[in-house]
Write a protein of this length. Structure first.
Length: 385
């Protein structure tokens, strides 16, 4: 089977790239081992989608079909330091309707999956897993575990941080573990969050509450592994009490909606995002600390940028041309490096126990909070990312 583009991985980034290529003349294959299963309850894994990426998802065709009863706009943000520092953001003050949208991962994946299933220029190979990858001058060839051979001008690795495709292509990456778990769970609160996202920089980690419809919110607590495992071992009542206390009782009494889960946090850097007939997107290309909530936004921007370049290429240049792929790598390098550096630096700054650094970081939050021009610049960057 011959294709212009073969995407390995049907997660959010891979599906978004496939959907973004729907109006092109390119033939696309999507290889995925397991079809997503629609969630019957609330998904504990949620993302903050920037307005720029909401527009991208609208271009892919899925945004109008997402269930609005399961989405929440972020109207305001309250960020609290560990020693009196505070930083506030408001959509109203910034002249926008929302700072972000909070969506469940499963909701987006299911809608993207249904979209690409109906896509005329796409062949969905599922269940299918790659067994070998060979790249030569005229094509990249992927042999599947059932013996089928896929030949493509371009193979896109969209199969996550432990990417089989990246490893098969010989691209070695560096992992820097943070020694933390990201503990996630959803709660219902006594009080209305009013579309506000909360974040506390605490001595035991970074706690975020992201608004969901109604009085629900999704928690992400980035904390030391030992503390994270202790949180996961608590019963429902004890966990609700701990989370409410950590948030200073901001939304009153809590009730657990979804069971907690934990995942290890680490920074991953790839030496390059492209090679001949190969491109990396999403977590296969980079990971960052979740304190900014921008991980999937980076992946969506990878997908949009690569799709735009492929759709605009001259007909006589094939999709795997290295010069063409280097345009994609250059276009994505600055934003990826910036967010990796900023989130890693913030993690280290607020993780340090020095009294002098504590004073400095909290003073910095308060100073920024009283500088409207700086705050507006931060909001504009976040909206566009």
């Amino acid at each position: 089977m011959n294709f212009d583009v073969a995407i390995i991985g049907g997660g959010l980034a891979g599906l978004a790239l496939a959907a973004a290529l729907r109006r092109s003349s390119l033939s696309v294959a999507l290889i995925e081992g397991r079809a997503p299963v629609a969630s019957t309850g609330w998904d504990a894994r949620v993302y903050a989608i920037s307005p720029t990426n909401a527009k991208f998802l609208e271009q892919t065709g899925i945004w109008p079909h997402l269930d609005r009863q399961r989405m929440s706009p972020v109207r305001a943000m309250e960020i609290m330091g560990d020693a009196g520092g505070r930083l506030d953001f408001s959509a109203y003050a910034s002249g926008v309707s929302e700072l972000a949208w909070i969506l469940e991962s499963a909701l987006m994946q299911a809608e993207l999956w249904e979209t690409v299933k109906r896509q005329g220029n796409l062949t969905l190979l599922c269940p299918a897993r790659p067994r070998s990858l060979a790249i030569d001058l005229d094509a990249a060839r992927v042999v599947l575990d059932d013996g089928r051979c896929i030949a493509a001008q371009l193979v896109v690795a969209a199969d996550g941080a432990e990417s089989w495709t990246r490893a098969a292509a010989g691209i070695e990456v560096s992992f820097s573990p943070y020694g933390q778990l990201g503990v996630v769970a959803n709660f219902a609160a006594d009080e209305d969050h009013r579309g506000t996202a909360f974040q506390w920089f605490r001595e035991d980690g970074i706690l975020a509450w992201l608004p969901l419809p109604g009085n629900r919110f999704s928690m992400v607590w980035s904390t030391a592994e030992q503390h994270g495992r202790a949180l996961l071992a608590l019963d429902s009542a004890a966990l609700c009490e701990q989370v409410a206390k950590a948030g200073n009782g901001r939304l009153g009494k809590l009730e657990l909606v979804t069971s907690p889960a934990g995942f290890p946090l680490r920074l991953m850097r790839a030496p390059r995002m492209v090679a001949s007939r190969l491109a990396l997107i999403g977590d296969a290309a980079h990971t960052i600390h979740p304190l900014s909530g921008h991980g999937i936004n980076l992946g969506f921007q990878d997908a949009q940028t690569l799709a735009n370049i492929l759709c605009a290429k001259p007909g006589h240049i094939d999709c795997g041309d290295l010069a063409l792929l280097r345009r994609y790598a250059r276009a994505r390098k600055e934003e990826v490096l910036t967010l990796q550096t900023v989130t890693d630096s913030l993690h280290r700054l607020f993780g340090a126990k020095s009294g002098a650094l504590s004073s400095l970081r909290n003073t910095g939050l308060n100073l920024t909070n009283h500088l409207p021009v700086v705050k507006d610049a931060l909001v504009r960057y976040a909206l566009a990312s």
